[in-house]
Design a protein around this ligand. Sequence first.
Ligand code: SF4
Ligand code: SF4
Ligand code: SF4
Length: 279
Amino acid sequence: MAKWAMVIDVSRCTGCYCCFTACKDEYWDNDYPPYSAGQPKHGQFWIDLVKKERGMYPWVKVAYIPLLCMQCDDAPCVKAAKNGSVYKRPDGIVIIDSQKAVGQRQIVDACPYHVIFWNEEKQLPQKCTFCVHMLEEGKIPKCVQVCPSQALVFGDLEEPKSNVSKIVASGKTEALNPEHKTKPRVYYLGVPKLFIAGSVVYGDVDECAEGVSVTLVDQSTRRSTETSTNNFGDFEFDGLGTGKYSVKFECKGYAAKTVDVDLKTDKHLGVVNLTRARP
Ligand code: SF4
Ligand code: SF4
Ligand code: SF4
């Protein structure tokens, strides 16, 4: 028995909305009994993109986080449903029964990820089915098929050679909003965290300082990470948590410089001027 799962690599998502459009095309006004009733034209987003902007001028980053039903192993929507109208299949997919769930608006409210939608005309809660009707035909979900960036990876966790198994086994994935504690079957890579960035300049000649060694030290763990400035003198450390850090700049012929940062939100250090080392 397969255990279906999806990995979403946020760092690969360009925000093109192909997944959204393909899902709408597949489900708008199309019934796939017994798994789903036709979706209305407007108001339902079985896969949507959460736009996340970080930083401020001159260092702004935008990420798009694809959001769909997490096919939770401990699903609040299953618990909220009456008459077994929402159930989890042995392969992990959570299905809303389109007949039994009629009139059960509380199912919409139960989802902490807000990915169940109310069909006013049919008085029915509806959501992503992991394209179960396509899986039965040996295909992968429509949104995964069309993603031009390979940001969506789908497969069987019971198959060790599948890409999802390998990625999940790497230990690099995380749950979106883990505080919900619903044991999602959708795993994420590259969820935006905090960054420290800046621009380094040779103060004596007022030019961009390329190739400067920049070392970040996490003050609580003493763990260090290194990078170097690019040809614009820019550098960045991303994927950081809140806390205290020091950033050290070293370049031959110039005095080493250290900047302390108490990181609570994304931080651009501005222009860091290096001064000539004393002979
Ligand atoms: S994400 Fe929401 S709708 Fe999907 S299984 Fe979890 S609780 Fe249910
Ligand atoms: S898996 Fe299928 S139903 Fe779910 S969001 Fe993707 S295309 Fe839509
Ligand atoms: S199709 Fe892929 S790249 Fe485009 S928005 Fe969806 S997940 Fe992102």
